[in-house]
Design a protein around this ligand. Structure first.
Ligand SMILES: O=C(O)CCC(=O)C(=O)O
Ligand SMILES: [Fe+2]
Length: 279
């Protein structure tokens, strides 16, 4: 059966005709192109083993072992994205792009559903290609040439875990000492695979736009965040047993909905190294 890629509503694409347990070399190229074009790929009915999850990721680049997420003991390449029934907070509830705090941000992640709540726990994805394309020409002109500073300190650093739910969060995140560096990237990047332009600032990790005074930077970022959160650019992915999502951080934002109180949700995530970004 040939690989078929069908654009999803507003962001991403659904891929059929592929068994992720044994990806063929020719299929890797198709998926890579599709990722560069659509930003996130959705798969159904895969019984992906942990060993094959690692193998699959390896087709797209080196595996990045996330320094903040707790890994599986048998497979250190796999991070657990977990919310236990007695925990209040989930991981990734605020709109964000993973790893924008790195100088060389990760390409993206392959997330596999392992234990799902009875209902809820969908993930929203937003296309930063579409969000950029929809800006008017004068705004595009203003943004091209600007750079922004991103950081992990306020999210994964020591101070971030103080106060509420600290114990619950520190069981799921570790290595807060490593959350020390900032990274600078263009506000509008050219996607490394497709060369399409995409907005590359996000509410979770972007601190400020470097070329503007603080108040103007805050105002511009707020305006952009408001724009990017329009439903017009979003796809809501409903996880089922066997679902897999492969997103590209350079083309999308995502947001994990926290609407399943008292239930457990466990996902396995592998992150793939990327390359430095340019405008
Ligand atoms: O649990 C999810 O749906 C996504 C969580 C998240 O933000 C991530 O794994 O990067
Ligand atoms: Fe995330």
């Amino acid at each position: 059966m040939p690989v078929t890629v069908n654009a999803a509503d507003n962001a991403g694409a659904y891929v059929t005709g592929v068994n992720l347990n044994k990806l063929q070399a020719s299929e890797t190229g198709v998926l890579k192109q599709a990722l560069g074009e659509h930003g996130v790929l959705f798969f159904r009915d895969q019984s992906l083993t942990c060993a094959n999850h690692i193998k699959l990721a390896g087709h797209f680049g080196h595996i990045n072992i996330n320094r903040f997420f707790t890994p599986l003991s048998d497979f250190p390449q796999i991070a657990q994205v977990l919310k236990e029934p007695d925990q209040q907070k989930n991981i990734g509830e605020l709109w964000h792009t993973d790893h924008s705090y790195d100088q060389i941000p990760a390409l993206g992640s392959i997330l596999v559903a392992r234990d799902l709540p009875g209902s809820g726990g969908d993930t929203l994805f937003a296309s930063m290609f579409a969000a950029y394309d929809a800006l008017d020409e004068s705004m595009k002109k203003t943004l091209n040439g600007l750079t922004a500073t991103h950081s992990s300190r306020h999210v994964f650093g020591k101070k971030a875990h103080e106060g509420t739910d600290r114990q619950a969060l520190s069981a799921r995140f570790h290595n807060s000492d490593a959350a020390t560096q900032n990274a600078i990237h263009p506000v509008v990047i050219r996607h490394p695979i497709s060369s399409r332009q995409a907005l590359y600032v996000n509410p979770q990790f972007t601190l400020h736009i470097n070329e503007l005074p603080a108040d103007e930077s805050t105002a511009l970022l707020e305006l952009l965040y408001h724009h990017c959160q329009a439903e017009l650019f979003q796809h809501r992915f409903n996880w089922q047993d066997g679902s897999v999502a492969f997103w590209d951080n350079r083309a999308t934002w995502h947001k994990a909905l926290n609407d399943y109180p008292g239930e457990r949700r466990l996902m396995h995530r592998i992150t793939i190294e990327g390359e430095s970004l340019s405008g």
